[in-house]
Design a protein around this ligand. Structure first.
Ligand SMILES: *Cc1c(COP(=O)(O)O)cnc(C)c1O
Length: 372
């Protein structure tokens, strides 16, 4: 039985009519750059997340870069970020001429506020908190750290669209600014690249809107040197048509995670496989279902792939060990939890359309590997 890592063809099958109508309508209007399609989607996202506004951008990576720019992070500044995350969290900082400071993560895969506190210097301007794998970062420790040292907080919410922690609100409504990605494999995926910035401060939102459009205040008048970083109207209409399904998709991902937990608990590998905690609320949207396998992880990965099971490792080489960051002073510091996790994590296929049989087959295949 084939178990792909993600089944976007199955998802398209349920949305074909709505997506084609949305794209057709846009073609009839021929308004491809900004305009009502982008504004309507931005308003819908702001409403969903409970923030005053949102700015559509060309990717999640650009959303991070714009967030740093409108918060005035630049040369000479240091930005705290986890070493265990996707590359763009750090490259956005380097693109601003600032310095990434790599911080260890905890056993929950999220940046460790205690390790971050140790790394604060007089040059630290901001921290980028990553809601990794779909788990929303508990916010109170970061608010305290920011208040104590005058830091700006940016959320990397690329893997966490729609999550909401009771008493705190949605991922993307917590920091000074937040970045979302609509890369096709994300929980809300476009038909290509796309991203979004959210913020509470209207002045920041206005600046981000200008910045994505060459810093243009009005036509051919440039207040600052911005970029071409706009969300395409074509992406906006596709994303807007998918948005009403997001809550149900996230709910289905949580249910599939619960199914994996039950299957593993009843399996012969219950002791060998470390499973993610399943929080009771909506704070986990399971962009990834990531287990920990201390024994022979890479051989297990090969075994699953031979059986056409789309398992993957996020992330095999932590950021502080990447060749391109070798000259960063903070890259020399050992980060024990990050380094251990890089050798142990394994993400299993999870998506709303995965069947009970497919999940049972994934777990049976892991049992078969260790039973050999
Ligand atoms: C996907 C992702 C990004 C980048 O988003 P793109 O839209 O691909 O540029 C940034 N950070 C994290 C954690 C991501 O998963």
């Amino acid at each position: 039985m084939k178990v792909p890592q993600l089944d976007l063809v199955a998802q398209y099958g349920t949305l074909r009519g709505a997506l084609r109508r949305a794209v057709d309508d846009l073609f009839e209007s021929q308004r491809f750059i900004l305009g009502p399609a982008v504004e309507d989607f931005e308003d819908a996202m702001a409403g969903l997340l409970g923030v005053p506004g949102a700015v559509g951008l060309s990717s999640g990576s650009e959303a991070l870069r714009v967030a740093l720019a409108v918060l005035d992070v630049g040369p000479g500044d240091e930005v705290l970020l986890p070493a265990f995350t996707f590359f763009a969290t750090a490259s956005a900082v380097v693109h601003r001429g600032a310095r990434p400071v790599f911080v260890d993560v905890g056993e929950d895969f999220l940046m460790d506020p205690a390790d971050a506190a140790v790394q604060v210097t007089s040059r630290t301007r901001a921290a980028i908190c990553v809601h990794l794998y779909g788990l929303q970062v508990p916010w109170a420790p970061w608010r305290e750290l920011a208040a104590a040292h005058g830091l700006r907080l940016i959320e990397d919410a690329a893997q966490c669209v729609g999550a909401r922690r009771a008493g705190e609100g949605h991922a993307g409504s917590l920091g000074d600014a937040a970045a979302f990605s609509f890369f096709p494999s994300k929980n809300l995926g476009g038909a290509g690249d796309g991203g979004l910035l959210t913020a509470r401060d209207p002045a920041l939102l206005a600046r981000a809107r200008r910045y994505r459009n060459h810093g243009e205040a009005c036509r051919y008048h440039h207040e600052e040197v911005g970029i071409n970083g706009r969300l395409d109207a074509l992406q906006a209409v596709v994303l807007h048509a998918k948005l009403p399904h997001l809550a149900a998709w996230n709910e289905a991902r949580r249910a599939r995670a619960g199914r994996y937990e039950a299957l593993f608990a009843a399996s012969r590998v219950a002791e060998r496989v470390g499973r993610p905690v399943l929080p009771a609320g909506g704070e986990h949207v399971f962009h990834q279902y990531t287990i920990r396998v201390p024994e022979r992880r890479d051989a297990l990965l090969d075994w699953l792939r031979e059986r056409e099971i789309g398992a993957a490792v996020y992330y095999p080489l932590p950021l502080h060990r990447q060749p391109c960051f070798a000259a960063e002073p903070s890259a020399a510091r050992p980060l024990p939890v990050t380094e251990r996790l890089a050798g142990e994590v394994l993400s299993l296929p999870i998506y709303p359309e995965i069947s009970e049989d497919q999940q049972a087959w994934v777990v049976a295949s892991i049992e078969a590997f260790y039973g050999r």
